[in-house]
Design a protein around this ligand. Sequence first.
Ligand code: COA
Ligand code: AMP
Length: 633
Amino acid sequence: MSSYRAIHEQSLADPEGFWAEAARALHWERPWDRVLNFDEPPRYRWFEGGILNTCHNAVDRHVAAGRGDQVAIIHDSPVTGTTRRLTYAELQDQVACFAGVLRAQGVEKGDRVIVYMPMIPEAAIAMLACARIGAVHSVVFGGFAAKELATRIDDATPRVIVCASCGIEPGRLVPYKPLVDEALARASHRPERCIVLQRPQAEAQLDPDRDLDWADAVERAEPAPCVPVAATDPLYILYTSGTTGLPKGIVRDHGGHATALLWSMRHIYGVQPGEVFWTASDVGWVVGHSYIVYAPLLNGSTTVIYEGKPVGTPDAGAFWRVIAEHGVKVMFTAPTAFRAIRREDPDAVLMHRHDLSGLRALFLAGERCDPETLRWAEQNLGVPVIDHWWQTETGWAIAANYLGIEHLPVKPGSPTLPAPGYDVRILDETGHEVPAGQQGDICIRLPLPPACLNTLWGSEERFRQNYLSRYPGYYLTGDAGYRDEDGYLFVMGRIDDVINVAGHRLSTGQIEEVLAAHPAVAECAVVGVADRLKGELPLGLLVLKAGIDEPPAQVEQEAVDMVRREIGPVAAFKLAKVIRKLPKTRSGKILRGTIKKIADGKEWTMPPTIEDPSTLDDIRTALQELGYAQLAA
Ligand code: COA
Ligand code: AMP
């Protein structure tokens, strides 16, 4: 077998040869004319002229090859106390029927469908049904509030919305339908239909003029066949946080996506067809799109859809039960989940009650993996623990360790080495590469490999502006970091105002927009501060307008409520404090970096350009009053 380094070199020296070979593992209705079109940089297109269907490759192809009786999806739901298994043949039937439902509602190739669902198989069925008929799905995470959903409805202009009547969080039901109704009332765009899956825990009220019951519609449906689509056609739009309140619609194509994801299952995760692979994330995030739904199914593996938490459903042994009960071979989650488990079960007593001998590896991503968590997982699980780095934009790992090729030595704190097709460079602000050990902006030389975004929905200009303009010829990842003498990558943090809360990507700018709308608030700043469990938490500093009589504590509570209502509970916004004045430079720039250092207990120096040094004392007092010192990592 070739070594990782030989494979990586080959992928850069001959990208067309490398990815053409990978693409041959899929079924193509018509082969591509060109593997890569990079004639007009920075534009890049993979597999132009190729025709395929992602759903066929993820479902029907396996049934045709004799895997019909193999379990495709295990739904393990501690919050409802149920487990359900769907074979590939059953999945094919259900996807074809739901595709027929969409067709009957007039959904055609290229039309958008928003999916707003919890962790149930129907979420994957809806996604695959869209792929089957060439419709473009846009899944919205259930923890987002109505306003966020409305923004996405207006940007994606879907013909249909698919939702469930409720989600289930530990200790509370989340009725989804009222959120959808509110979003529709706020949005300017009017989808024609809303298809509602009724869950027995909380049935939704349907509007007979607009809403359809999933079960009734499926009963009447004519199964729909797979529609051939161009490799370059969009498969989905997934919104992610940018610098402003307007999220960015990352567009994923069919051909490049299926090719890279299938390659990654075998070579990064080392998972074979027929084996059980489990990603504990949510279908609303890119990790869920790629590694709960598409990659395991493209590979003919069994995927687990887990509707529960790492702790509290019912305890910190939940993950180990799932691994043992379903024979999970490889697992993927975010470090924060392991921090939560470790906090409740530091000696891994609950872990050792289960037979985990089948588990071969644990993959972590979504946020920086602190070496302590990595070591705890390694020591207790006794299997390779692999930190890998990627983002919604890329759809799969930019840097990883390659279980299916060779297990490279682990350096805690590093997601190891770049994946094939990624030519990663660390640049200084003049666009020159920095020497090993020196921090800079992490960039990727164009073209990006298959599956990575090549535009933003409805805004090619914003795509170029956000990602390609800072360093011509390179994609700007938005992360800063360095490479060591061995080329190992260390990702240290964002260069923009994106923060990472429990592996969830949020924009401080977006939270600021909500806070600034409070009638008593003159100015505000939101900074991501360290948290032992969630990695980061948003801290909101508020300056009140002159003459406001409202007690500060009341404004703070209202600010917390507003963020929960406008962005959603997922923002985990609980730290809000009214202060006298924001720390700023004489030119008016908010000293976010210094505020963060003070909060995180890191060394800091008084910025020479500070307008009023006493404002930093106020920050310390505010943090103490919030009890924040106890939270800091
Ligand atoms: N629908 C509705 N609400 C949701 C939700 C959903 N799908 N997902 C989360 N929420 C709510 C939670 O109930 C919580 O509400 P609360 O403020 O009323 O308690 C809030 O959003 C914050 O959620 P979260 O950040 O997940 O915190 P938590 O305290 O509930 O759980 C962890 C903490 C670490 C256990 C949890 O974050 C976790 O399992 N993380 C795994 C990481 C992960 O999946 N990352 C995805 C990218 S890989
Ligand atoms: P998302 O688009 O939500 O997947 O978030 C992507 C961002 O999360 C990246 O740009 C990084 O800032 C961060 N991230 C993801 N994985 C890692 C990792 N393994 N190490 C460090 N940061 C990570």
